[in-house]
Design a protein around this ligand. Sequence first.
Ligand code: UGA
Length: 443
Amino acid sequence: MNVCIVGTGYVGLVSAACFAEMGNDVVCVDVNPDVVSTLQAGKVHIYEPGLEDMVRRNYAEGRLIFTTSLAEGMERASFVFITVGTPSRPDGSCDLCYVEQVAREIGQNMHKPVIVVDKSTVPVGTADRVRAIIRQELDKRGVNHDFDVVSNPEFLKEGDAVSDFMKPDRVVVGTDNEKSAEYLKTLYAPFARSREKLIVMGVRSAEMTKYAANCMLATKISFINEIANICERVGADVRDVRIGIGSDHRIGYHFIYPGVGYGGSCFPKDVRALINTAHEFSFRPELLEAVDTVNNRQKKRMAERIAEYFAQQGGVSGKTLAVWGLAFKANTDDTREAAALAMIEMLTAQGMRIRAFDPVAGEKVREQLAHNPLVEIVDGQYEAVQGAQALLVVTEWNQFRTPDFERVKSLLTAPILFDGRNLYPPSMMAELGFAYFCVGRPD
Ligand code: UGA
């Protein structure tokens, strides 16, 4: 089949590579000529395990093409996927300017029947808006092509994006048009092999499903962080509590790891966007508001504990903190809404010096925080610790899981470790002689 994908971010590029991998002809369109030429040179501008190989191979075999021209992309396409960014506005609502711009251009370039697929995360009602914009452009041109606008939200996780796309839990298709549903079933048949994995529903329900899924997952995380905070105070261990509740199959073990709060480009933005949508319809979503509040508090929690610890020693000002991990989670270079950045901002505002290391995101953060003279990004995890007063672990990269603790101890001025991800057993840390602070477990 001929597929056009507009936007080469995580979702767009992964979808394009995976559709091409299954033998489809895919044209990937991006407005940024630098991104297009990087991709044409066989390089991928985002860090995603397995993606570069797949892009390079399919490009070399001619099934994947990159261009800045939507007209070229739409020449033969039966499907046009919209996978452009939907950033947050300052009030938390979703900014649809890129989606709307693409919709206009689709209307301007359509010359045959096509199925337009919204894959970007967009508020309920956006497919109708995209449909209206395309219709308006066709009317301006005085032409009438048969087209449909379908919602097909994406559920992939950064770091596991390729395998999530290749083996999805489900594929949601929102359309009232049976023909469109059949076409999408055919396109997705190699991915959603069992038929019940492809779920067809109304357009607005599909749009809502995406937000409901992310808000549910965010709620699980804020819930367990709340429980962890109570555990700390009452002397319970959240690790045991997680296993105790997770063994109930209605609850499950997944996505109830406490930590530094959720970050990334999706959960914080999507929770706020759904809150905003509810407000627009004069409904106050109190649970979602609490999920957001709890998360904002959790992101600062470890920094507060560091400040509290050093309060007895004249405060954090002038002290140096080693930080392991800057990305919002492991296996990505993404630092959007990363807890590490929130904590660094908080602690440097109080005069603390930071020596940070991240295996992938370091370079990016070096540029982002270049204005802050108290922050130094170094190239090795032990280099970060050298001469620091304490170590803070923020991201659960594998290389931080079993470090050489004797070396860490000898490099720190005192053995103090704040662990935002509960990576180490408290008993072992005590034996090693560390003052060890973690999440939801007795210190
Ligand atoms: C999330 C969803 O998991 C995907 O299903 C969805 O498609 C995607 O958003 C999106 O809307 O595009 P992602 O943002 O890549 O994926 O990251 P996750 O792996 O879900 O992690 C999100 C945050 O929650 C991270 O900061 C992570 O550290 C945190 N988390 C996750 C916890 O604190 N505890 C957990 O138990 C799980």
